[in-house]
Design a binder for this molecule. Structure first.
Ligand code: SAM
Length: 261
């Protein structure tokens, strides 16, 4: 698994999927892929690639593994539009100061998108946004808050101008007032204790890698972590099958509510 092999692998991957590993943190990606290949019998990146690509499902699983940290501001803009026009105003009817948790926050795009919404909707109010992830390196990136054009592509042009400054190398640095609105911590959703009393929990595009048992346990724990009346926002393909059994009511598709009583 030498450098030449790695370069060839990256090239093949890019040609096949359009995923350009040059645009990712080299060390992190290579380590992640090494970890994966070490669990197999393949002796090179290209041998692994050539075999995996033959099996549609295995290749899809590999791509999912690769893109685990991928996130962007206002990911699924229609859903974020609902957060802005419906969920937040609804929650603000009950309290002035919201307690929000972005669980599996990756590069911070999700909690910062919320911070932007809250700043615009309630400029004079203080809220708490807790953002957690398993991956300490990604939390480091989230705290730095410097993004590529791709990571902010779903944002309105006026927001891009208002909340970012352009860096000399063409990236977008988030302005300090939004950065300061989010509190980052390392937290393993499958192991660490949960805080409680949240008005809103976001857990999107995280559980896709979890077993059904782990997911069921997680959604029970989120239920307990919500205030009565609080809402859990899940990813676009992550409907909770046994939501009623746990006690949730569906507020809107992909938004689950802990009932008031
Ligand atoms: C694809 S990103 C999702 C980011 C964001 N929520 C979004 O939808 O854009 C998935 C994140 O979940 C994190 N993650 C995976 N397993 C986790 C766990 N057990 N506890 C906490 N975070 C986890 C990964 O490190 C990764 O940053």
């Amino acid at each position: 698994m030498d450098d030449k092999d790695w370069e060839l692998f990256k090239d093949k991957l890019n040609k096949k999927t359009g995923i350009d590993l040059q645009l990712y943190k080299e060390q992190q990606m290579r380590r992640r892929i090494n970890n994966l290949i070490q669990k197999t019998t393949f002796k090179s990146y290209t041998a692994f690639f050539n075999d995996t690509v033959k099996d549609k499902q295995r290749f899809a699983d590999f791509i999912e593994y690769l893109t685990i940290n991928v996130s962007e501001f206002f990911r699924n803009p229609d859903k974020f539009g609902m957060v802005e026009s419906d969920i937040i105003p609804y929650l603000l009817k009950k309290t002035d100061s919201l307690n929000i948790w972005s669980a599996g926050c990756s590069i911070g795009a999700e909690p910062y998108s919320l911070a932007i919404i809250l700043k615009e909707l309630t400029p004079s109010k203080r809220h708490r946004i807790l953002a957690t992830d398993l991956d300490i390196e990604i939390i480091g990136k989230a705290k730095k808050a410097v993004y590529t054009g791709d990571e902010i592509k779903a944002m309105r042009a006026d927001r891009k101008v208002k909340y970012f400054t352009k860096t000399p190398d063409g990236k977008f640095a988030l302005k300090p007032d939004i950065k300061m609105a989010v509190d980052f911590k390392r937290h393993n959703l499958l192991k660490d204790p949960f805080e409680s009393n949240f008005d809103l929990i976001l857990c999107r595009n995280v559980v896709i890698y979890f077993t059904e048992e782990a997911k069921a346990e997680l959604y029970k724990n989120f239920f307990k972590a919500l205030k009565p009346g609080g809402i859990l926002f899940v990813g676009g393909t992550e409907s909770i099958l046994n939501s009623r059994q746990i006690g949730y009511e569906t507020y809107k598709p992909f938004f689950y509510q802990r009932p008031m009583k």
